[in-house]
Design a protein around this ligand. Sequence first.
Ligand code: FMN
Length: 388
Amino acid sequence: MSQPLLFQPITLRGVTSRNRILISPMCQYSAIDGLANDWHLVHLGKFAQGGAGLVMVEAAAVTAEGRITHGDVGIWNDAQIAPLKRIAAFLKDNGAVPSIQLAHAGRKASMQRPWYGNAALDAADHARGDLPWRTVAPSAIAMDEGWLTPHALEAAELAELREQWRRATLRAVEAGFEFAEVHCAHGYLLHEFLSPLSNRRSDAYGGDRAGRMRYPLEIIETVRAAWPAERPLSVRISSVDGIDGGLQLQDQIAFAREAKARGVDLIDCSSGGLLGSATAARIPRGYGFQVPYADEIRRSAEVATIAVGLILHPQQAEDVLANGHADLVAIGREALFDPNWPLHAELALGGGSGEVFASWPKQYGWWLERREPGLRKLDGPPLPFRKV
Ligand SMILES: Cc1cc2nc3c(=O)[nH]c(=O)nc-3n(C[C@H](O)[C@H](O)[C@H](O)COP(=O)(O)O)c2cc1C
């Protein structure tokens, strides 16, 4: 039987992933002073033990101002390297490509953690000690009523911020990450430059599409230059804004083409978020609802893509790859539901080496393999997750 594409290794520049499953970056809002901690180690470590090919650390803020919430992981100072290094080493030791997303929240910074309301910080947060901070953006346009009006970044500040992205990238290298992603999606800073709804600048960084793309492309160039040539780089985009007058797929195809020309290896195709959470965008959400974006961008911009969003079933993930819609699939919330999703998917699709538990960590697989023949003789319903 031929090996499902999902479980065939893939080499990106000098980095080989054991399969084509990426665990999507997911903020845990559980850091203090931007320092990753044991929560992050265990949260991410489970996914490596669970068989994922690549495991991505959540949006790591390149400046303190660029955090979404007080609980975000940061990569803006050297003290933040050590805990990230521990995570990267654990991921690698357990067979996954250690990956990290670099981010700046722009005008969507200074927010409540989701469980405190998921909106701008209010009096209840201030009482808890979560004080607001200055937010920055391409233009001084608040995201919505009740949100802080951001400071419009001046030319000198843009240059300074480019330097912060460069230093953050060097910290990611030092921490041992092998795959990095620049966050240009979900209404955060770089997306705010791209969208005509949030970028009303009259200088070279605004105006037409080329002007609006200029700063995100400069950041991509900066990161690419600081990121080792043998390590792959992706860019996450909101493929469409899903709002009248916002970004259309054609705009983002043009951006993907420019990003590729600057050494980006993959475009991670998400959507929405400019005027609220990505999930709140007016984009119908069905199984794999963003896969058509990954497909179109892959074809039109001739760049490798990552498909993400409500990919739940192993066969669904396999079809995305087998039909040529994307090169990697990213699993988000379903991995929270089942951190062993890749190992279970392999059992369900009949992939791997043919030995049922060969891909499992030996600490688990040794036992499970010996239990299996006996289980198969038991009366009762079919065994969960197994193909036969
Ligand atoms: C708890 C949580 C945190 C998230 N944090 C990030 C993040 O840090 N960066 C990002 O680009 N997307 C983030 N997302 C979006 C996911 O990466 C993913 O794109 C989205 O959940 C859709 O995929 P899914 O249907 O497989 O969950 C987050 C989603 C969740 C549920």
